[in-house]
Design a binder for this molecule. Structure first.
Ligand SMILES: [Ca+2]
Length: 357
């Protein structure tokens, strides 16, 4: 993270909401900006490309005791990776078996939760100004952080050129007032904060995955799964020079409906790319301090942690910026901050097929 590059008008934002959306400025990005690569002339986004509103999922197994979920057998694997410092050091961990949603929670599913419970999300509530002194007035209004593709990027890679706090942005209006999710019931719900994801999971009788559970599921529960650092072809990421040129070769400029890309070995979709996914775990800056890795499947969690681990990368991850389209990649997300590229999925503790654990 490079707080020094943040302009004064977002400094309060940075103090309150230090982390996830602000940390990914990479050396490659700064180098590209310095080399003059970022200009409106480089913009090649194909916004006119026809995008689908839903993708056909393979039918769930009708005999499954938990339709819409996939069983993840337990195992031991190398937790972490070696591309960015926060992924290091990889270390052996054990995970017990669990069920996981085949897809990210969708707008339709979240809408049903809100309809049946009257739940009001964090992004719809007044900001606790006392807890966040120094916030500029516009950031005391309910809202969320939204990505806007800039025409050009000035030197230094200052992230406020493409991230903005937008009053009125929330899950029903993830791009801010004037945007909506009509016709997008099959898209991942985004602009939800950690408390919102927790509330949904509890309502379903489930919970959020721990970071290690999430990573194990993303590896297809295969300890020897290849750790290829290259940008994946079968996932919704960003093709081109972030943030000004997006060729959308994968079919989507922004978010995609769930299940548009091939499932992994477990039959689980979109763990890499599309929306970042919230996990249960409090953020730690690396894996060096992880507690009792082998044999411990429930790392201590601080209920009041200011930041949570998010996994999987998003449609904004590009080779020059945020190469986090990998199972081992991780990033912090401020717990009380909703952003338009972060969603979640749930897990369930229950016996697996045939009573497996
Ligand atoms: Ca894309």
């Amino acid at each position: 993270m490079t707080p020094a590059v943040l302009p004064g008008r977002v400094r309060g934002f940075a103090r309150r909401r230090v982390l996830a959306v602000l940390i990914a400025t990479s050396a490659a990005l700064a180098a590209a900006a310095a080399a003059g690569w970022y200009s409106s002339g480089a913009r090649t986004a194909q916004h006119a490309r026809a995008e689908r509103d839903a993708c056909a999922l393979a039918p769930a197994d009708p005999a499954s005791p938990h339709p819409g979920m996939a069983w993840v057998p337990g195992g031991r694997f190398e937790f972490g990776d070696d591309v960015y410092p926060e992924e290091r050091p990889p270390r052996a961990v054990d995970v017990a078996g669990f069920w996981i949603d085949r897809t990210e929670v969708t707008n339709d599913e979240f809408a049903r939760f809100v309809r049946e419970t009257g739940y009001v999300t964090v992004a719809e509530r007044e900001v606790d100004a006392a807890a966040h002194p120094g916030l500029p007035p516009e950031m005391r209004r309910p809202g969320a952080v939204v990505f806007t593709m800039p025409n050009e990027v000035r030197g230094g890679g200052d992230v406020s050129q493409w991230w903005r706090y937008v009053p009125g942005a929330q899950w029903r209006h993830p791009g801010g007032p004037g945007t909506g999710v009509t016709g997008r019931g099959a898209w991942p719900v985004v602009a939800v904060a950690w408390e919102d994801a927790q509330a949904y999971a509890r309502w379903k009788g489930r919970r959020l995955p721990t970071e290690r559970e999430w990573e194990w599921a993303a590896l297809g529960a295969r300890a020897q799964a290849p750790r290829d650092p290259a940008q994946p072809a079968a996932a919704n990421t960003w093709q081109g020079l972030f943030p000004v040129a997006n060729s959308a070769d994968d079919g989507f400029v922004g978010l995609a409906p769930v299940g548009c890309y091939a499932a992994n070995a477990l039959g689980v979709f979109d763990m890499i790319g599309n929306a970042w996914e919230l996990t249960a775990d409090a953020w730690r800056p690396d894996h060096a301090g992880d507690p009792a890795p082998v044999g411990d499947v429930a790392p201590p969690r601080d209920a009041s942690a200011p930041a949570r681990v998010i996994k999987g990368g998003s449609y904004l991850c590009a080779p020059n910026y945020c190469r986090r389209y990998r199972a081992g990649a991780r990033q912090p997300q401020e717990a009380d901050l909703a952003t338009a590229h972060v969603g979640f999925r749930t897990v369930l503790d229950a016996p697996g097929p045939g009573g497996a654990r």
